[in-house]
Design a binder for this molecule. Structure first.
Ligand SMILES: Nc1ncnc2c1ncn2[C@@H]1O[C@H](COP(=O)(O)OP(=O)(O)O)[C@@H](O)[C@H]1O
Ligand SMILES: O=c1ccn([C@@H]2O[C@H](COP(=O)(O)OP(=O)(O)O)[C@@H](O)[C@H]2O)c(=O)[nH]1
Length: 219
């Protein structure tokens, strides 16, 4: 029979720096990065289910802001239609608010930071540096196929905007991944494989963050 006990604290010294302040709140943050359609959102749902993180998709927060009729809504919508990166202060405010509002202290920040300015501004404003960066690596051919098949009615999932998003990813977002890679913080995943296989690789990375450890006792 299995006994469920609390997982031991297995955070390494290197990762302790990730527990920074958000007001009075200490949080652990993982940035989930990768090209459009690489499977970030899909795998984040799996991580939430198995490892007790809260998923904050920067894109979803921006789309919710458009829907809420906020004064920034039109500007955000126009930028998303063009595949451009929304000004840092707008996105950072939404992420900060979401982290403060949520009781959890472990967050997956999906699709942010998208450029060096996003990254530097986030670190300056929140004083949070990520425990690590999960990077989903996938070819443009495969990502294009996935985006064209996504079928969620998104204004940016058309071939013209997709090509712009790929260009922005290569020119602006890859340097962020390189920045963290130089700090040995990037965990790169082969995202071209089928969803369950990608999650096997993701699981190995998140094992230290397991919600429970199940101990099987021989009887
Ligand atoms: N490993 C995979 N293999 C095939 N299709 C996938 C895979 N991961 C995600 N998808 C599909 O591709 C599309 C884009 O995935 P999504 O998670 O929304 O990507 P992102 O958040 O990186 O833009 C979705 O329709 C999703 O169901
Ligand atoms: O931090 C962010 C996240 C998203 N976006 C905008 O939202 C779009 C969709 O991003 P999302 O992460 O939802 O989807 P992806 O392109 O990764 O599939 C991007 O192309 C940008 O226009 C942004 O400006 N800043």
């Amino acid at each position: 029979m299995g006994t469920v006990v609390d997982a031991p604290a297995v955070v390494t010294e290197k990762e302790v720096v990730a527990e920074n302040m958000l007001g009075d709140k200490k949080v652990t943050v993982v940035f989930v990065l990768g090209g459009p359609g690489s499977g970030k959102g899909t795998q984040c749902s799996n991580i939430v289910e198995h490892f007790g993180f809260t998923h904050l998709s920067a894109g979803d927060l921006l789309r919710a802001e458009i829907k809420s009729g906020s004064e920034n809504g039109t500007m955000i919508e126009n930028m998303i239609k063009e595949g451009k990166i929304v000004p840092s202060e707008v996105t950072i405010k939404l992420l900060q608010q979401a982290m403060i509002k949520n009781e959890n202290d472990k967050f997956l920040i999906d699709g942010f930071p998208r450029n060096e300015e996003n990254r530097a501004a986030f670190e300056n404003v929140t004083k949070i540096s990520p425990a690590f960066v999960l990077f989903f690596n996938c070819s443009e051919e495969e990502m294009e196929r996935r985006l064209l098949g996504r079928n969620e009615g998104r204004v940016d999932d058309n071939i013209e905007t997709i090509r712009k998003r790929f260009k922005v990813f290569v020119e602006s977002s890859l340097p962020v991944i390189e920045y963290y890679d130089a700090k040995d913080k990037v965990k790169k995943i082969d995202a071209a494989k089928p969803i369950p296989e990608v999650f096997e690789d993701v699981k190995a990375i998140f094992a230290p963050y397991a919600k429970y450890v199940i101990i099987y006792q021989a009887t």
